[in-house]
Design a protein around this ligand. Structure first.
Ligand code: FES
Length: 127
C-alpha cells in the first residue's frame, strides 16, 4: 500500500513495532568460499558466539530486553573471530570469539540498565 504524504512523496505503509528490545546484538555468521580474498567470513566463530549468546538470553529469561540476531556480513570482516554490533548504543566489535561471549553479554546487560535509567528520567525514553 502506498500513501501520498504532504510533501508529495510516496512510501510504503510501515508501522512501528510494539516490540523492541532495550539492547539488540547482531552477530555475523557469514561464511565465504575457500580462498576468498575477503577471508573466510565470521562463519564458525559467529555461529558459536550466536548460540552462546542466545542460550544466555534463554537461561536468564531476558527475552524482552536482549535480542540476539544472526546476520550476514556487516563489513568488518575480521580475519579471526566474528563481528558483533550492539544497538542502540552503537558498539561494534571485531575479532570476537566464543570466549568473549560472557564479556559481550555483560556489556549488553549494562546497556539494558542504562536504557532503563534513561527511560525512567523525566523526558527520557531513549531508544
Ligand atoms: S564476514 Fe562477518 S563482518 Fe564481514
Amino acid at each position: 500500500m502506498h500513501r501520498r504524504h504532504g510533501s508529495g512523496t510516496h512510501c510504503c505503509a510501515v508501522r512501528p513495532s510494539p516490540l523492541k528490545p532495550r539492547v539488540h546484538l547482531f552477530v555475523c555468521a557469514n561464511r565465504r568460499e575457500d580462498g576468498s580474498p575477503l577471508g573466510p567470513g565470521c562463519a564458525d566463530a559467529g555461529e558459536r558466539l550466536f548460540d552462546i549468546l542466545k542460550s544466555e538470553v534463554t537461561r536468564r529469561r531476558e527475552y524482552g530486553d536482549v535480542w540476539i540476531t544472526r546476520t550476514a556480513c556487516m563489513g568488518v570482516c575480521p580475519r579471526r573471530g566474528a563481528a558483533v554490533a550492539m544497538y542502540p548504543r552503537q558498539k561494534l566489535w571485531a575479532d570476537a570469539t566464543p570466549a568473549d561471549a560472557a564479556a559481550i553479554y555483560a556489556q549488553a546487560i549494562a546497556d539494558v540498565a542504562e536504557a532503563a535509567r534513561d527511560a525512567a528520567e523525566p523526558g527520557g525514553g531513549a531508544p
